[in-house]
Design a protein around this ligand. Structure first.
Ligand SMILES: Nc1ncnc2c1ncn2[C@@H]1O[C@H](COP(=O)(O)OP(=O)(O)OP(=O)(O)O)[C@@H](O)[C@H]1O
Ligand SMILES: [Mg+2]
Length: 510
């Protein structure tokens, strides 16, 4: 195979951080190369170096046999490189067509933008990838999944020969993921070189031809054939140790009923839903995307207005009309869309961790308890192994997965009795998942109750004491731990018309 891309001893440092300390790897035409490594291992930084967004501190990049200096993203585009980032870079206020053609607008002889041509080019490009979208739609009106598809359309429009994807499926449904995989396969067949970054092991095996493991800014090993490697081997190379059972579930004492919801309805939850949870319990919520899990949690937390429903907390009826009510009652909610609902980019890790708990730690009347804040931040940096040079680093300089951990730390800093977690380990590496599960068990041993929404069936089965299966905005059944069985859960979760396909259906569902 013809080699089109080579990194030779590429290094990149930031103040106090050696993000890349020795990256060497080669990628060929018609190859899909997976990259895997712990949060902060340097994957996104490498892609930014490739695209021209960052300059390497040292090392060489060779493209199609020529050594290139990629000094800007424009240089990168000209060299045939497109990177679809972990954080999307579309302009929300502009339309799909404007975003696609940004910087390359077709103009009339008068110099004015040729709106019709812009529309047509965009439309033609979109049919390749996402038929049913109007190029005149504003980006902000689209769900994240579709925005991502538009980033891909944009890369294709520039006819890139090297296309890199940074955790592209983290907000896609299974159907959209499958569509993306088809597109990637087609691009490979056209002879493009593709780099694919993901924490989802099963995806690497599905879509990649080869895989390179990163650890601490170094390329540890490249496996040229997926057939020659197992998930355990990858985990071992990534974290430098064996993790046999990442869930390591154990039975813990479960107390009396603490939370009871009765007859809840609201947006996304059309028929009344009731359930209860006990002290020290992890109650999992499984369902396919769109089954109403997040919607139900938002109703509970007061983030959406419920139409009907009553809540009892420790046997007493309580009123939750807004998130503040829920927080006052000791309920915390770790939202699914942490990037948009969570971080304050230009503030430090410490401030981001303490943001919501700090009002309860005030000295005298007005003074923040600076010592408590520093200690709390340091404690969580350690507990969740947040990779940062110090607690004072700006959160925007942390890797994607480490930003997630900071938001998790924020909610865990709150004095709470009930914690709702929506996809708590999305974008988080296996080693840290392991630590997060341990922390969840520990919290329940302290008497907290966890409601955990996840689309990953192995995760839900791995950590829950009971699992509520949702479909079409209803809880169809609640299973005890000893009743948990993959087929049984999927049968409950799938809409009737899909039941016959259960055996070849993917675990994350549609
Ligand atoms: N602009 C920056 N300033 C300072 N440090 C940075 C900057 N960008 C990245 N880093 C640091 O470089 C290291 C590598 O980060 P990178 O984002 O490449 O990790 P990653 O492998 O993509 O992780 P994840 O799986 O969490 O996305 C991290 O320690 C991160 O904090
Ligand atoms: Mg990253």
């Amino acid at each position: 195979m013809e080699q089109v891309l080579e990194f030779a001893s590429v290094c990149k440092s930031f103040p106090g951080v050696q993000a890349l300390s020795d990256i060497s790897m080669q990628v060929c035409r018609g190859e899909v190369r997976g990259l895997i490594g712990e949060n902060g291992a340097g994957k996104s930084t490498l892609l930014k170096v490739l695209s021209g967004a960052y300059q390497p501190t040292s090392g060489r990049i060779t493209i199609a046999g020529k050594e290139r200096e990629i000094l800007s993203t424009r240089d990168g585009l000209e060299a045939g490189i497109a990177v679809i980032y972990q954080e999307l870079y579309l302009v929300p206020e502009m339309t799909v067509a404007e975003n696609l053609l940004l910087g390359h607008m077709p103009t009339r002889r008068s110099g004015l933008i040729d709106v019709q041509k812009m529309y047509d080019t965009a439309k033609a490009q979109l049919t390749y990838i996402l038929e049913d979208i109007d190029p005149n739609t504003k980006i902000k009106e689209l769900p994240i999944a579709q925005r991502q598809m538009i980033e891909i359309a944009k890369a294709l429009l520039h006819n890139a020969s090297i296309i890199a994807f940074d955790e592209p499926t983290s907000s896609l449904s299974d159907k959209e993921t499958q569509r993306l995989f088809k597109i990637i396969a087609a691009l490979r067949d056209e002879g493009k070189a593709i780099i694919y970054v993901s924490h989802r092991m099963e995806e690497l095996f599905e879509v990649c031809d080869s895989v390179t493991v990163f650890r601490d800014g170094k390329t540890i090993e490249t496996f040229r054939e997926m057939a020659a490697v197992t998930p355990d081997m990858l985990v071992q190379r990534m974290v430098g140790r064996d993790i046999k059972d990442i869930y390591h579930y154990y039975a813990r004492p479960i107390g009396e009923e603490v939370l009871k919801l009765e007859g809840f309805t609201g947006p996304g939850v059309p028929t009344p839903v009731s359930f209860s949870a006990k002290r020290g319990e992890i109650l999992g919520f499984f369902g396919l995307v769109g089954a109403g899990r997040t919607e139900l949690m938002k109703l509970l937390f007061g983030a959406e207005k419920k139409h009907t429903g009553r809540i009892h907390l420790n046997g007493k009826e309580v009123v939750i009309n807004a998130p503040m009510d829920a927080i006052e009652l000791g309920i915390a909610f770790l939202p699914e869309d942490r990037k948009n609902e969570g971080i304050i980019p230009i503030r430090s890790v410490e401030e981001n961790i303490n943001l919501s708990a700090r009002r309860k730690h005030v000295k005298g009347k007005f003074f923040l308890d600076v010592r408590w804040e520093a200690q709390n931040a340091l404690e969580f940096i350690k507990k969740l192994s947040i990779k940062t040079p110090s607690k004072d680093q700006l959160i925007m300089n942390l890797s994607g997965g480490n930003q997630q951990k900071v938001i998790l730390a924020r909610w865990l800093s709150e004095k709470t009795s009930i914690i709702v977690m929506d996809e708590p380990t999305r974008g988080i590496d296996v080693g840290t998942k392991n630590e997060i599960y341990s922390l969840m068990y520990k919290l329940t041993e302290e008497g907290k109750t966890i409601l955990c929404v996840s689309s990953e069936l192995p995760e839900i089965m791995g950590i829950s004491d009971r699992v509520a299966v949702m479909r079409d905005g209803c809880i169809v059944d609640i299973l005890q731990r000893d009743q948990l069985d993959k087929e049984r859960i999927l049968t409950l979760a799938l809409p009737d018309r899909h039941k016959s396909t259960i055996h070849n259906s993917n675990e994350r569902g549609e």
